[in-house]
Design a protein around this ligand. Structure first.
Ligand SMILES: N[C@@H](CCC(=O)N[C@@H](CS)C(=O)NCC(=O)O)C(=O)O
Length: 215
């Protein structure tokens, strides 16, 4: 029997779910996956199943954890390697993870996650372009210091967990980004867990598609 459950939403669309799912899998927690198809906002079955009415939501060995960043921190208690070993790098990783969790609203509004599609991002508003420039700078800084291919070195870590759905958005919407950002996006997309998420999304039933995220 599993140690708990992870409640997530539709893999095609749920960017926050991807973060919780990656963290749980990287930490190798043994939890059952409970997938509730998103209804396009205020999904009643998600409200009933989770404390905040949002996914992801983790129950594990008696602990109840919601908010993707809290789930990541919980997973890092079991898998400390999710954060860099060096104190200064760890501070930077936590800062950029928190910046993602708290911000980039314009980007999230202009370029929603819809991973099975290719969309035209050329009409994104200036606020979204400013978010993209900031993210590109965050990535370039971290990659220059670590040498890549992931933000803090050879392993896919907590900061990558928080930015993986941004990679998905950029792959779909194709904004202009630096060569360093493009190399980073390729590394994230090629990670076996990302490959698995994309494959499972591709197998989701057509009835789960939401018009507002489709071309
Ligand atoms: N701040 C939350 C955001 C979670 C969130 O907004 N999740 C969306 C799905 S990506 C959700 O559950 N929406 C409710 C719904 O669509 O019914 C976190 O970090 O986990």
């Amino acid at each position: 029997m599993a140690d708990g459950r992870l409640v997530i939403g539709t893999k095609m669309y749920s960017s926050w779910s991807l973060r919780g799912w990656l963290a749980v899998h990287l930490a190798k927690l043994d939890v059952e996956e409970v997938l509730i198809p998103l209804a396009g906002g205020a999904t009643s079955s998600i409200k009933d199943a989770t404390p905040a009415g949002l996914v992801p939501y983790l129950e594990h060995q008696g602990a109840k954890v919601w908010e993707s960043l809290a789930i990541l921190e919980y997973c890092a208690e079991f898998a400390p390697h999710l954060w860099p070993a060096d104190r200064r790098a760890r501070a930077q990783a936590r800062s950029i993870a928190a910046e993602m969790h708290a911000g980039f609203r314009a980007l999230r509004m202009a370029m929603p996650m819809t991973i099975l599609n290719t969309r035209d991002g050329s009409t994104a508003p200036p606020e979204a372009l400013a978010d993209i420039a900031r993210i590109d700078a965050i990535w370039r800084d971290a990659l220059a210091a670590s040498g890549g291919p992931f933000l803090f070195g050879a392993e896919f870590g907590g900061a990558d967990v928080m930015y993986a759905p941004v990679v998905c958005r950029f792959l779909t919407w194709g904004p202009e980004v630096s060569a360093e950002a493009r190399a980073y996006m390729a590394a994230v997309r090629a990670h076996p867990l990302m490959q698995r998420w994309y494959d499972e999304a591709a197998r989701e039933p057509a009835e789960w598609k939401l018009a507002k995220y489709e071309p």
